[in-house]
Design a protein around this ligand. Structure first.
Ligand code: ADP
Length: 398
């Protein structure tokens, strides 16, 4: 069963093509600058890579061109575009819906209702999915929602202390996000360690960041809350914040609520704090050169990771494994070292050499560490492909 997993941006489309009979990655690629006469198409299958410029008026044109490309006999990737059983999407959020859903008018309306909860993610998805449903009606579109993995979070970690009807009537609760990544880490860690009765703290640190407490493969808490703007500071989104600061900043600056929310969703997080960049590499370089705001941005980020790490160690009664994933979690040895500093009394002992040279899926704990520490590339697309496959087979997995 061939499944294409799509990742949509407002002017981009990235895909991975899986043969789900053996979970083999057949190809990966995408299109940049959709909407322009010089869109960039790129693809990789095995050792072969391709790149070309061509017009792509919209996402449907871009996807159709990629399907034609994959089915081109000269490339030998697919016999025919008709072999693709479904296009799967890692969808962020829909009002009143979660799990795995066939994309139809009801799902699109529920996603659209959350446009202001996930402003960076939902609007481009809804636009592109609507277009694909219209132009490629023969291919089932399947959305695997990021909130699905967190359905097991108990009320103690799900409810805000607000009037009950906010939760009951209006769904104002901690939904949790990054479900595909944390689910992958839970499943992969169990496979690597050969047991499933594990207490795992999954640290997905990247453009968006969150920690997740996992026991026996189930999510018990996630640092992301009602929206993907909460929890840890993100690249340009705020993280945890006191809503009572809103009227104060609106009065002081004369900005409207929409403008202030836009600041919180686009000019805050690591970018807002450092004033340097939304990329941790730039911030680490500036900090090294003595930039105080960059140093403080790193310190706030590390403190926030440690805040949730401490909470989840208490919640789980200790941890068997702490996993670092995401662009920052996998690549920044310095950040991992700062997170683990001084935690020997908790049985968390990083091995400096292993940490410094870690690449891919690697243990980085010292032999004396009670808690295993790992770096692990996540594979959200594979999770979406598995969920789409299960959905098509009739199992509506949560
Ligand atoms: P997303 O959450 O958007 O999928 P990623 O998980 O790919 O993003 O993370 C991207 C971020 O990872 C970059 O913005 C950068 O801050 C960080 N990053 C990538 N490589 C490194 C590195 N070598 N050192 C430090 N940070 C890195």
């Amino acid at each position: 069963m061939i499944i294409l997993v799509a990742n949509l941006g407002s002017t981009s489309f990235k895909y991975r093509l899986f043969d789900m009979t053996d979970e083999r990655l057949l190809a990966r690629g995408g299109v940049e600058r959709i909407g322009s006469a010089k869109a960039r198409f790129y693809a990789q299958a095995g050792h072969a890579t391709w790149e070309e410029e061509a017009a792509a008026a919209d996402h449907a044109v871009a996807v159709e061109a990629c399907l034609r490309f994959l089915a081109d006999p000269q490339r030998g990737v697919l016999r025919s575009a008709a072999d693709i059983r479904a296009i799967g999407f890692k969808a962020v959020h829909a009002h009143g819906l979660t799990g795995v859903q066939r994309v139809d008018g009801r799902v699109l309306a529920a996603m659209e209702a959350c446009n202001d909860v996930a402003p960076a993610h939902n609007p481009p998805y809804v636009r592109a999915m609507r277009l694909l449903a219209e132009k490629l009606p023969h291919i089932p579109l399947i959305a695997a929602f990021e909130t699905g993995f967190h359905q097991t979070i108990p009320p103690a970690n799900r409810l805000y202390a607000v009037p009950r009807e906010w939760a009951e009537k209006h769904g104002i609760v901690r939904h949790g996000f990054h479900g595909a990544s944390h689910r992958f880490i839970a499943e992969r860690t169990a496979l690597v360690l050969g047991r499933s009765d594990l207490r795992i703290i999954s640290c997905h640190l990247g453009g968006s960041s969150s920690l997740c407490a996992i026991r026996n493969g189930q999510s018990l808490a996630n640092s992301l809350g009602f929206s993907p703007q909460t929890g840890l500071p993100h690249n340009n989104r705020v993280g945890d914040f006191d809503p009572f600061a809103l009227p104060a900043i609106m009065r002081a600056t004369g900005k409207t609520l929409e403008q202030v929310l836009d600041d919180l969703a686009n000019r805050s997080g690591l970018l807002g704090l450092s004033g340097v960049s939304n990329d941790l590499r730039d911030i680490e370089a500036a900090a090294e050169q003595g930039n105080v705001a960059a140093r403080e941005a790193l310190a706030v980020f590390v403190a926030s990771v440690r805040h949730y790490l401490g909470a989840y160690l208490v919640l789980l009664g200790g941890a068997d494994v702490i996993v670092f994933t995401g662009g920052i979690g996998e690549n920044s040895a310095r950040l991992r070292s700062a997170v683990c500093e001084g935690l020997e009394w908790l049985g968390i002992v990083l091995d400096p050499q292993r940490n410094a040279s870690a690449k891919g899926e690697t243990p980085i704990h010292h032999d004396s560490s009670r808690v295993q520490l790992w770096t692990m590339p996540t594979n959200e697309e594979l999770i979406v492909a598995r969920q789409a496959k299960a959905y098509l087979a009739g199992e509506r997995s949560p």
